[in-house]
Design a protein around this ligand. Structure first.
Ligand SMILES: Cc1cc2nc3c(=O)[nH]c(=O)nc-3n(C[C@H](O)[C@H](O)[C@H](O)COP(=O)(O)OP(=O)(O)OC[C@H]3O[C@@H](n4cnc5c(N)ncnc54)[C@H](O)[C@@H]3O)c2cc1C
Length: 320
């Protein structure tokens, strides 16, 4: 196998695939390396999720995304990206993790769990969905604490505590409640957060009628096998509990970015340095693409608005 390429792309999410398609169009040799299955993050999304974007805005490489409903669901998106990879004959290696990237002369050397590769350019399209933001409270390591949510059926007749007040928390609270869970929400702020405008009134009404209990201006402070402690403005409340759904968001793999040598901003957001015109980082020839670019601001980039990174990067490479 030839292990030398023009571009090595780390991550086989929608944006990593888009970079491969763009490289292919430009006649550049490339290899995508993905540590899980193709579009691994999407595979781990909730079973019943529907994208907020319409199908056309999730398209990559100019391949049409036919969908009966305007907004596709998880299975349709998985089907679409799989078909794109097939039809576009993308060069993608799966279940192979990139563990290190270093520079030797004019080339980047990439080591993985299965081998070594050389390339003139590297694109990091590693996303942010693998590392959850932790609560850092006693009991967080209990098996009943979940940072990912899949199927509401599992929580039937269970006492579920949902931490957070954004889109994911709203979906978990409403779905599990509708499938028979007893749901309580703990919200740090005084009101609900960033929730899709067509979902928010549903949750507000369920809270107002008392079907879902919500503690605002409150913090979960301890998790035990059968109960949890919540610090509320009225003092500490202890309630019985079977599952804690900590929907507190995720973060890029900063340790990996730093190990590679990508500069991060000193503030809380840890924005990885990149030129927004070209997407090139402080390391010449090493680019960022997709949601990884936002650092801790994980709501800034999504598929819709980061597909264009692929075009910017390949244009910049062609200029060199
Ligand atoms: C519930 C939910 C709903 C969403 N709905 C929408 C929507 O409607 N519209 C929209 O535009 N966006 C939506 N998004 C956001 C969108 O899914 C992400 O923006 C998208 O996945 C970003 O693509 P990406 O390729 O940048 O990152 P990812 O899809 O996260 O891909 C990164 C890939 O890199 C791989 N990887 C990481 N590290 C390594 C390594 N060291 N070696 C090899 N591989 C590695 C990961 O396994 C992963 O497959 C939604 C997100 C969520 C959570």
């Amino acid at each position: 196998m030839n292990n030398t390429f023009d571009i090595l792309i780390v991550g086989g999410g929608p944006i990593g695939l888009a970079c491969g398609l763009e490289a292919e169009k430009a006649g550049l040799s490339y290899q995508i390396i993905e540590k899980g299955t193709i579009t691994n993050s999407l595979f781990n999304y909730p079973l019943n999720m529907t994208f907020f974007s319409t199908a056309d805005r999730l398209e990559i490489g100019g391949f049409p995304f036919p969908s009966i409903h305007p907004k596709p669901n998880r299975s349709e998106a998985l089907e679409y990206y799989r078909r794109v990879a097939d039809i576009g004959q993308l060069n993608i290696l799966l279940f192979e993790e990139v563990t290190g990237i270093s520079r030797e002369g004019a080339l980047y050397l990439t080591s993985t769990s299965k081998g070594n590769y050389q390339s003139r350019y590297v694109i990091l399209a590693t996303g942010f969905y693998d590392i959850p933001n932790l609560l850092a409270i006693p009991g967080e390591d209990l098996p009943k604490v979940r940072h990912y949510y899949y199927d509401p059926h599992y929580y039937y007749k269970q006492k579920v505590l949902v931490v957070g007040a954004n889109n994911s928390s709203a979906d978990v609270a409403l779905e599990t409640w509708r499938k028979g869970a007893e749901v309580t929400m703990v919200v740090r702020e005084s009101e609900l957060g960033r929730i899709k405008y067509w979902i928010k009134p549903d949750l507000e009404n369920r809270i107002a009628e008392g079907s879902i209990k919500a503690y605002f201006n409150s913090k979960l402070t301890e998790i035990r096998e059968q109960e949890v402690d919540i610090q509320t403005p009225e003092g500490k409340v202890t309630i019985p509990n079977d599952f804690v759904m900590a929907m507190t968001g995720y973060q890029p793999n900063f340790a990996f970015l730093e190990k590679v040598g990508v500069k991060l901003s000193d503030d809380f957001y840890r924005h990885p340095y990149h030129n927004p015109e070209t997407m090139e980082t402080n390391l010449p020839g090493l680019y960022l693409a997709g949601v990884v670019c936002g650092g801790m601001e994980t709501h800034v980039w999504f598929i819709e608005n980061s597909r264009e990174h692929a075009v910017k990067i390949v244009q910049d490479i062609l200029k060199k």
